[in-house]
Design a protein around this ligand. Sequence first.
Ligand SMILES: Cc1cc2nc3c(=O)[nH]c(=O)nc-3n(C[C@H](O)[C@H](O)[C@H](O)COP(=O)(O)OP(=O)(O)OC[C@H]3O[C@@H](n4cnc5c(N)ncnc54)[C@H](O)[C@@H]3O)c2cc1C
Length: 383
Amino acid sequence: MDENIYLKEEHFMIRDMVREFAEKEVKPIAGEIDEKARFPEENIKKMAELGLLGIIFPEEYGGAGMDTIAYSIVMEELAKVCASHAITVAAHISLCSNPIYMFGTEQQKQKYLVPLATGKHLGAFGLTEAEAGSDAQGTKTTAEKKNGYYIINGSKLFCTNSGVAGTYIITAVTGKKGDKKEISAFIVERDMEGLIIGKKEDKMGWRGSDTHQIFFENLKVPEENLLGEKGRGFKEAMITLDSGRISVAAMSLGIAEGAYEAARAYSKERKAFGKSICDFQSIQFMLADMAVGIEAARELVYKASWLKDNGKPYAKYSAMAKLFASELAMKTTSNALQIHGGYGYVKDYPVERFFRDAKACEIGEGTSEIQRLIIGRYILREI
Ligand SMILES: Cc1cc2nc3c(=O)[nH]c(=O)nc-3n(C[C@H](O)[C@H](O)[C@H](O)COP(=O)(O)OP(=O)(O)OC[C@H]3O[C@@H](n4cnc5c(N)ncnc54)[C@H](O)[C@@H]3O)c2cc1C
């Protein structure tokens, strides 16, 4: 990482700060929150105090005014130790706070972005529905305008942070344009009448993160809480995901690094046939492949971040980074577990948690198949 051309002095500073926090405060509870599926509220407060919950937003909105590379480093360092902490911050920043920053009015930014960026409360984003996952245009939730309010009915699935959030960005159908649904985005407050938090999902990985189904029963949202233009909610959600994918890519990179470092250390300690297992070529080959993949993933993650920071088109690269890094995380965690042998399959070592956490990175914010579709569209358009 020290040799990376994208990094400046402030990036090393943020890396050291988050690494120390992750080692001191996150690592000791990572196994426990995974086992109990407990949301680490105490550390969310500490991350707010460190300014991590608003890292990419200007200081005038309560943020730390840092760039996307700094944010990717935060994701990488947190996920290296605990993916649940990382995804909580990612959903809060990329999926809820960032669309308010990108598409919100000045009044909405003051009212909602400032408390989010300062960590007064957390944010969530509800796009996915029972019949609208990859095909997000299948949205069935409706928003009907009546007497200065939108009345929202429907539900959202797999909504990260939804049981602990104070602010939600949700999408709903507001009409039809020809034969296509017109989808709009709304800012919803936790206390608004008609927002119902459903059951908590019992997940395979990211178990310390808070994921629920949410329901809207005649949810009354003031007209001024429409986010961006009416009818542009789908486009806004896609732009939100273009940038959000950088954070899942950075998380995946962190998970791969955590698993690689654990496997490398274990391979030096563990003895078989009278020598350390790292002396076997097959183990060295696995470690070598992990090291190469991690370097390549980091280049993609930082390149996508750099492009965004420099106002250049980045959506193709954020999809590439997400696809490559999440599949690398899966492969790396699987081989790291293999290097641990039977000990990798039990909960005494963190590799089995890394393995379970890596899987979600291939699904959330667009599956690997959807990333390939996006990349395919870009590369064919370029020809
Ligand atoms: C832990 C977790 C947290 C999440 N957090 C959030 C959140 O905070 N907010 C939110 O809105 N959503 C969230 N999601 C939802 C996530 O984004 C969706 O699960 C994901 O987009 C896939 O949708 P789906 O589950 O409906 O799968 P489906 O869309 O039903 O896909 C099923 C399979 O079909 C494939 N497939 C579908 N369409 C195509 C196609 N055109 N071509 C090729 N293959 C295709 C998929 O790749 C997949 O393999 C979360 C999911 C998880 C697991």
